[in-house]
Design a protein around this ligand. Structure first.
Ligand SMILES: C[S@@+](CC[C@H](N)C(=O)[O-])C[C@H]1O[C@@H](n2cnc3c(N)ncnc32)[C@H](O)[C@@H]1O
Length: 217
């Protein structure tokens, strides 16, 4: 995989969600949407897990280019679109939506417009992108569609479950692992402590995967 400067390099969160997709056979035969594709690791994992089609969306031009390049290098067909969350796929429906969105609590509610911080900064509670994804995802899921979201436990897995219930999905946490802080969380440790997101001295976090299912019977 190639990761040009400014593109999110696949991390433990990417690996956890890829693993869930593979083990749960979630992608087989489905049209899959990867929101916030970065270098395309999740899109490629879905394609390799037997997806019927894969569409990847990212706001960043560099990430769009990286997903396109990595999918071509891997000889895996991925449609790549640039834009904000579901905007580029308006009117389409998917059997599986995947996202590893920005979720790190930041000092302010201003979302970065440029540079790498856009990969992780997500407002004071880390939920700026997560809440938008939860609010909009039911509109892009097929009647039996599933969404799988990975994020840190510091931004509240229960809030994600509740937000998915609110739009009529059956939702539950399906995976959780503890990992040491990576460089971004380390750099934010004092802010996270001062806001009560982590205990004093805590330098590990839990990563969670939350599943939401549409079941329109
Ligand atoms: C944590 S990275 C995940 C990258 C990749 N999916 C992975 O797991 O390795 C989050 C990605 O979301 C993208 N992003 C941020 N805001 C977005 C938005 N409003 N719409 C679409 N993508 C966005 C960032 O550019 C970044 O590539």
């Amino acid at each position: 995989m190639l990761y040009p400067p400014g593109v999110y390099r696949a991390e433990s969160d990417t690996e956890l969600l890829s693993d869930v997709v593979r083990r749960g056979d979630h992608a087989r035969g489905r049209d899959v949407l990867d929101i916030g594709s970065g270098g395309g690791a999740l899109a490629l994992a879905a394609a390799r897990a037997g997806a019927r089609s894969v569409t990847a969306v990212d706001l960043s031009l560099r990430s769009v280019a990286a997903t396109w390049l990595n999918s071509r290098l891997a000889r895996v067909p991925v449609r790549v679109r640039r834009g904000d969350l579901f905007g580029p796929v308006a009117g389409r429906r998917f059997g599986l939506v995947l996202s590893n969105p920005p979720y790190v609590p930041a000092a302010t509610s201003d979302l970065p417009r440029h540079r790498k911080a856009r990969c992780w900064d997500a407002g004071p509670d880390g939920r700026a992108l997560l809440d938008r994804i939860c609010a909009g995802v039911a509109d892009v899921l097929t009647a039996d569609g599933t969404v799988l979201l990975v994020h840190s436990g510091v931004c509240d897995a229960e809030a994600t479950v509740t937000a998915l219930h609110r739009v009529g999905l059956q939702a539950r946490e399906i995976a959780r692992v503890t990992v040491p802080f990576g460089p971004v969380m380390h750099a934010r440790a004092q802010l996270l402590e001062s806001r009560g997101f982590v205990a004093p001295g805590q330098r590990s976090e839990e990563l969670v995967v939350v599943e939401g299912r549409r079941d329109d019977g």
